[in-house]
Design a protein around this ligand. Structure first.
Ligand SMILES: [Zn+2]
Length: 258
């Protein structure tokens, strides 16, 4: 089924690219802007589900309640604040020292224990969950894959990989730019990161968490340095830009819980 899904996706992509069709621009209400989007939402969700299965088969899920209970407590609050139904989402804590977290289309996200070790409270975890949920709701994955298709890079890679019978899960992971260790790294753009920060802080504030904890968390991340994992430290917004924007957003938020 996964293979068929990917082939369908490639066919759609090939049709779009080869016919040089002018890309459809869709308005995203959450962002308040148009998005370049070649891939239908259902196809992105299938791609995300395939990548998620692949990652789950490779990473070790934490069963430590100090991590899992915290995420199980925070995630539903953020999701509801974002207008989502928690039952329609799946999340995991992965046991790894990586300072990382990621989200995939089709309502999946994960946080690594290494990143959670840096967090002092639930509000700082809410910062990260809000940011990841925002990437999904903003369809940043779809926009990024569409941008790649525009240059045929992902398309050619997919065709070659499917032609040689490679694992579809890895291809999906690569196409979504999930992580460097899977071979292909397509970081979110600076614009996407700043959008995810902005929406994430709105969600956490609405969920009743102190948005000033976002400021503390990102400040701490900026001094964590060292490793440069794909989602957080290697992304484009300079720490100073990110922190300045967070200050501005906090100043415009409604009272907490609203
Ligand atoms: Zn991000």
């Amino acid at each position: 089924m996964a293979g068929r899904t990917l082939k369908t996706w490639v066919r759609i992509a090939a049709g779009a690219a080869l016919a040089a069709v002018v890309a459809a621009c869709a308005y995203n209400e959450e962002l308040g802007r148009d998005q370049f989007s070649l891939i239908p939402g259902e196809q992105m969700a299938s791609l995300g589900a395939t990548a998620w299965s692949d990652v789950k088969s490779k990473e070790r899920a934490s069963t430590d309640p100090r991590y899992v209970s915290r995420l199980d407590r925070v995630a539903p609050k953020i999701l509801r604040a974002a207008g989502e139904y928690p039952a329609q989402w799946e999340w995991r804590v992965f046991d790894s020292k990586d300072l990382n977290a990621f989200a995939l289309p089709g309502n999946h996200f994960a946080v690594y224990t290494g990143l959670m070790d840096l967090m002092e409270n639930d509000a700082q975890l809410a910062t990260v969950v809000g940011h990841e949920v925002a990437h999904v709701r903003a369809n940043h994955g779809g926009e990024r894959v569409s941008q790649q298709l525009g240059t045929n890079v992902v398309l050619q890679g997919l065709q070659a990989a499917i032609g040689s019978g490679s694992q579809t899960g890895q291809i999906a992971v690569g196409a979504l730019g999930l992580a460097g260790q899977y071979g292909v790294l397509l970081p979110f753009s600076r614009k996407h990161e700043l959008e995810a920060d902005r929406l994430g802080i709105v969600y956490m504030n609405r969920a009743g968490y102190d948005p000033n904890e976002a400021l503390k968390f990102w400040t701490k991340m900026s001094s964590a340095g060292g490793q440069k994992p794909p989602e957080f430290l290697s992304t484009h917004p300079s720490d100073a830009t990110r922190i300045a924007q967070i200050r501005e957003i906090i100043a415009t938020l409604p009272p907490r819980g609203q």
